[in-house]
Every structure is written in structure tokens, then in C-alpha cells.
Design a binder for this molecule. Structure first.
Ligand code: HEM
Ligand code: HEM
Length: 351
């Protein structure tokens, strides 16, 4: 039989493993939360969430030496683990690692990967795919929090870990700057500049469920429903009296400053009695915006002095300064003022 003393190192290892797994759980949950908020944020105020996401994501690297002990021990336990469980854990590990590597790749170097996918597509795809495997991993190996987890010592350790993760983030930023890597100039959202004041060089991207439609100017109609009732306008009815310089910042990881011209929505739409504006595209894609935003919205028909290209929303697209690209509905065919609250929609488009 083992003596109590001989089992102490094993006991310590198990304890340290428990706390490492608990820390990983917190870090992963925070990475998913901050990543999602970072994805939605379009103003400079959101900068802190993007920075927090970088720090939290890199925090996984800080925990790696401790976790690698647990992983090696777990993989050695052939008798107690079923094969599927082990492969689920390994798959989970590969996906989380992919998220970390593509996150750093995007931040430092490139928004594009060989083969045509964007670094962000793989980053977010790997993170989302990791969720079910992570839930399985944790449910099969529950970690019971203890009262001592809230001790002063744990608080100090957490602060130490956070400081280390912050130092890794600062080192990465310093590296991008000293090596003049593309990531040195990225925007506060993490996006890279592509095609500013050169619309032809601006990437064509839409929500992953959407496709570029070919629309003939002569056949296109805008259906408006507002305080005046319902009416239909043709392209020539719109005019291009208004111009705005605004930044299109796509969640695909790029941004561009452009001169957009068209008609301000407050010239076109009567907001009476409405709480929100439902904007629909020819493809069926919709977004709902608060009625108070009306004066800041432009229905653009031109960019950089020329008509929009099909990929950029011909014949008319929305310009929504301060919001990410998925709000800038392209190929607009319907604008409706109604009393549905603007928050009554998923935070990200589903179709
Ligand atoms: C970055 C996140 C994580 C990754 C990549 C990861 C990956 C792995 C891998 C590959 C193993 C070894 C194979 C196995 O035993 O199934 C393992 C073991 C283990 N993981 Fe995780 N894990 C993560 C987070 C967590 C979390 C959040 C928990 C619990 C809350 C957890 C609990 C455990 C436990 C208890 C073991 C040891 C199993 C044993 O020794 O028999 N892990 N992990
Ligand atoms: C498993 C979950 C995730 C992990 C471990 C993770 C990790 C990381 C890491 C390490 C970086 C690079 C940070 C840097 O070098 O400054 C990063 C960047 C980024 N991630 Fe994630 N991430 C996760 C999920 C997500 C999700 C779900 C989203 C969005 C829906 C997201 C959006 C972003 C964005 C926009 C950046 C660029 C930030 C910048 O360039 O400063 N991430 N992520």
C-alpha cells in the first residue's frame, strides 16, 4: 500500500491540474464572449474589447505548460478512457490551437490564407466548431469549484496570469511594429486596410449565406413603407444629393475609407410612429436599425464618384457609419418603418 507521503506529489499534481482546467474554462468562455463582442463592435469605444480578446486568447498560450502535463497524463490512461473520448479531446485541442494560431496570424500578418479562405473565417469557424467538443470534454470531466478557489492566493495567481498574458500581447504588438508587419497598421477592430479611395480594389464580401445578384437598373424598384404609406421608387427618383465619407469595416477582417453618394434616408423616409427601420435586400437578407439612426444613414448609389459595382451593392446599398459591414445591406429593395423594437433580431444575421 502507498504511504500518505508518497501520494502527496500526485495529490499536488491533481490539484494543480484541477485549477489549470478551471482557469482554461474561464479563459475559453471569456475568449468566446470577447471575440463575439469584438466582432460586433464598430466604434473606437469597442477597442478595449478587441484588446481584451487578444489578451485572453494569448492567455491560453500562458496556460499551455501546465495543460500539457494534464494532456500527457490523460493520453497515457488507456484503460480508463474510451477511444472516442480521447479523440474528442484531441480534436478539441486541434480546433482551439487553430483558433489561437489563426488569431495571431490575422492580427500580425495576413487576413487571407492560401486557398482563398480568410484567416477570420477559419478563426471563427474553428472557435465555433470547438464549442460542442469543449462541452463534451468538460461534461465528461467535471471540475468542481471549491471555496478555496476564491482565496487570496487564487486571486494573486489569476492577476499574475493576466499580467503575463498582457505581456505576451504587448510583445506581439511590439513585434508587429518593429518588423513593420501588416498587423502594425490594423484598425481598432483588428481589420486590415484594403482599397481605401479605390473601390475597385475593395474586396467583395457578403454574409456567408448571401450571393451577389445581377440586377438591371431599369427593372430595379425600391419599396418604401413609412408614415406616408406605401410607395415605389425607381433609380432615377433617388437622386444623389448627399455625400458622406465613411469607413466600411467588414467582419471578414478588412476596412476601407470611401466617399459614398446617394440620398440621406431622412430625406426619403417619414419616421412617424415607428421604432425601427427594416431594410431588405434583393437576396432576402435583412437588418433592423433604430429609427433614431435615420439621419446618419445614406442609401448610396455611387462610391468614389462611380456607380456601385454588382459586388458592392448595385444599384443601391446602405451606408451605416460606425457599424460593421453586415449592417450595410447591399442591393436594397425594401425599406419599412414599423413599431418592432430594433433589438428584436439576432445580433448577427442568420440568413
Ligand atoms: C483549451 C482547452 C482545452 C484543451 C485543448 C484540452 C485538451 C485535453 C486533452 C487533449 C486531454 C488529454 C486526453 C483526455 O484525457 O481526454 C485533456 C485532459 C483533461 N482535460 Fe482538458 N482540455 C481543455 C480544457 C479543459 C477544461 C476546461 C477542463 C475542465 C473544466 C478539462 C478537463 C480535463 C481533465 C480532467 C483531463 C484529464 C483526464 C485524465 O487524466 O484522465 N480540460 N484535455
Ligand atoms: C476559442 C475561442 C477563441 C480563441 C482562443 C481566440 C483567440 C484569439 C487570438 C489568440 C487572437 C490574436 C490576438 C492578438 O494577437 O492580438 C485573436 C484575434 C481575434 N479574434 Fe479570436 N479567439 C476565439 C474566438 C473568437 C470569436 C468567436 C471571434 C468572433 C466571433 C473572434 C474574433 C477575433 C478577432 C476580430 C480578432 C482580431 C483582433 C485583433 O487583431 O486585435 N475570436 N483571437
Amino acid at each position: 500500500m502507498r504511504s500518505v507521503n508518497a501520494s502527496i506529489p500526485i495529490y499536488r499534481e491533481v490539484m494543480a491540474g484541477r485549477r489549470t482546467n478551471l482557469a482554461l474554462l474561464m479563459v475559453l468562455a471569456s475568449a468566446l464572449l470577447t471575440g463575439t463582442v469584438a466582432f460586433a463592435s464598430g466604434t473606437a469605444a469597442g477597442r478595449w474589447v478587441v484588446i481584451a480578446h487578444g489578451v485572453v486568447g494569448l492567455g491560453l498560450i500562458v496556460l499551455l505548460p501546465w495543460k500539457s502535463v494534464i494532456v500527457r497524463r490523460g493520453l497515457r490512461r488507456r484503460r480508463t478512457r474510451r477511444r472516442t473520448e480521447r479523440w474528442t479531446s484531441v480534436g478539441f485541442g486541434v480546433l482551439v490551437l487553430t483558433a489561437v494560431v489563426t488569431g495571431v496570424l490575422h492580427s500580425g500578418w495576413s487576413r487571407l490564407l492560401p486557398g482563398g479562405l480568410t484567416t477570420m473565417q477559419v478563426h471563427v469557424g474553428a472557435a465555433l466548431a470547438a464549442i460542442p467538443l469543449g462541452v463534451w470534454h468538460v461534461v465528461a470531466r467535471p471540475v468542481r469549484p471549491r471555496r478555496t478557489d476564491l482565496s487570496r492566493r487564487t486571486a494573486l495567481r489569476t492577476a499574475g496570469g493576466a499580467a503575463l498574458a498582457g505581456a505576451v500581447w504587448l510583445s506581439a504588438e511590439a513585434l508587429w511594429r518593429t518588423t513593420s508587419a501588416p498587423g502594425a497598421d490594423r484598425r481598432f477592430t483588428g481589420s486590415h486596410e484594403v482599397g481605401s479611395d479605390d473601390p475597385a480594389a475593395m474586396p467583395v464580401t457578403q454574409w456567408f449565406t448571401d450571393r451577389v445578384p445581377r440586377i438591371e437598373a431599369i427593372r430595379w424598384r425600391l419599396h418604401l413603407t413609412d408614415g406616408h404609406g406605401a410607395r415605389t421608387l425607381a433609380l432615377d427618383d433617388l437622386g444623389r444629393t448627399d455625400q458622406v465619407r465613411a469607413t466600411l469595416d467588414c467582419t471578414g477582417g478588412w476596412f476601407a475609407h470611401q466617399e459614398w453618394s446617394g440620398v440621406r434616408l431622412d430625406r426619403l423616409v417619414d419616421p412617424a410612429g415607428g421604432d425601427s427601420l427594416l431594410i431588405r435586400s434583393a437576396t432576402g437578407y435583412t437588418r433592423r436599425l433604430p429609427i433614431e439612426d435615420l439621419a446618419t444613414l445614406l442609401l448610396a448609389t455611387r462610391v468614389g464618384g462611380a456607380p456601385l459595382s454588382a459586388g458592392h451593392g448595385f444599384p443601391a446599398r446602405l451606408v451605416v457609419p460606425g457599424r460593421r459591414g453586415f449592417w450595410w445591406v447591399k442591393w436594397v429593395t425594401d425599406i419599412r418603418v414599423d413599431s418592432v423594437p430594433p433589438w428584436a433580431q439576432p445580433p448577427f444575421p442568420l440568413t
